[in-house]
Design a protein around this ligand. Structure first.
Ligand code: ZN
Length: 208
């Protein structure tokens, strides 16, 4: 992995986020407008019933060798592991939970690559200084600089990433939220947000 200076990286995230806030359009999205990060699925399950968030010795700057699991895994119904929801016969959309701007993407992953997250999207939620990280995607439909609102499609659930493609791995979305503290991304537990938005999704009958 390429070495970089952590302090200067934090400073540049801090200044970039300030610049983005200055030029970002007026429309802000708030937490009550957040949506469940998947759409057009039949059912989903949560790793350890949603108690898979482990902060441990995690640090954002550990890269692909990081410890802990400061995130949530949401598994789709895909017993044959062909990425298609077994009940709907369709790919499952990954959608942005929040509003914001696409901060970075990586679509370079190929089978055998050591990159742990596979294909991913990071979205900067300008309203709350949060970064959302969506990984193991199959396809990515957004580009850095794209402005998104809650519910905008950003990719398909996939099986990319160092361990996700192993035969016993379930097809899932790995989602994390990090709060920027003066440019330093610190993970936050979002189990409640995930379950609240899922309830909203099913109450709206969106799975029909
Ligand atoms: Zn995960």
């Amino acid at each position: 992995m390429q070495k970089y200076d952590k302090e200067s990286f934090i400073k540049s995230i801090d200044s970039i986020s300030r610049e983005i806030k200055k030029i970002f359009p007026d429309r802000k999205y708030f937490e009550f407008e957040y949506v469940f990060p998947l759409s057009e699925f039949s059912t989903v399950t949560h790793r350890q019933n949603g108690d898979d968030y482990v902060i441990d010795k995690y640090d954002y700057f550990q890269g692909s060798e990081s410890w802990g699991h400061p995130a949530h895994d949401i598994m789709i119904k895909d017993d044959d592991k062909n990425l298609i929801d077994d009940s709907t016969g369709k790919y499952v959309n990954v959608v942005s939970m929040s509003g914001g701007i696409v901060f970075s993407i990586d679509t370079s992953w190929k089978s055998g690559s050591r990159l742990r997250g596979g294909k991913y999207v990071k979205i900067y939620d300008v309203t709350y200084d949060r970064i959302f990280y969506y990984s193991h995607l199959d396809s990515v439909f957004v580009f850095p600089g794209d402005i998104v609102k809650p519910g905008d499609k950003i990719g398909y659930v996939g099986r990319t990433g160092r361990r996700t493609i192993l035969p016993d791995g379930k097809t899932h979305l790995h989602i994390a939220m990090l709060k920027l503290e003066n440019g330093y991304p610190k993970p936050v537990e979002i189990k409640k947000l995930i379950f609240r938005t899922k309830e909203k999704y099913f109450n709206a009958g969106k799975n029909k």
